[in-house]
Design a protein around this ligand. Structure first.
Ligand SMILES: [Zn+2]
Length: 138
């Protein structure tokens, strides 16, 4: 299975995502570095290079996610839990943006995603809050 994602496919994935990170929702326009096209299920776990397995992710989310597919949800029973899947799950059913810029987790999938992707690191919350204040992030 190829790792190569054609330009046409990259464009299609980015347009579908409306140019925002499908995990933390930071817009490409507000990011310093270009967003990545990432494999939701990494190739090493049998994921395919296809539209159904690709997502747009900011470099920070993508680098933290790496080749992981989930983590342990220690806030409940420690169960091994998959990450939020942008192709199967609806963001607003898993996450809620608070006025402070923090992204609250509504589900176990959201909790492990937020933890591993470090979505609520202090500087990321601060960045979102600043972007919210100027109307670039919602
Ligand atoms: Zn992100």
């Amino acid at each position: 299975m190829t790792r190569y994602v054609s330009i046409t496919l990259r464009q299609s994935v980015a347009e579908r995502a409306e140019w925002i990170c499908e995990y933390c929702r930071i817009p490409q326009a507000a990011a310093i570095a270009k967003h990545h096209i990432e494999h939701i299920i990494p190739l090493k776990h049998g994921g395919q290079t296809s539209e159904e397995n690709l997502a747009l992710a900011c470099p920070f989310c993508n680098e933290q996610k790496g080749s992981d597919v989930g983590s342990f949800d220690f806030e409940t029973d420690g169960a091994l839990t998959r990450f939020f899947n942008p192709r199967k799950d609806v963001w607003v059913k898993h996450f809620r943006l608070s006025e402070s810029g923090k992204i609250k987790s509504l589900t176990a999938e959201a909790r492990v995603t937020t933890k591993i992707l470090r979505i609520n690191d202090a500087e990321r919350i601060e960045e979102r809050k600043e972007l919210m204040e100027v109307g670039i992030y919602e």
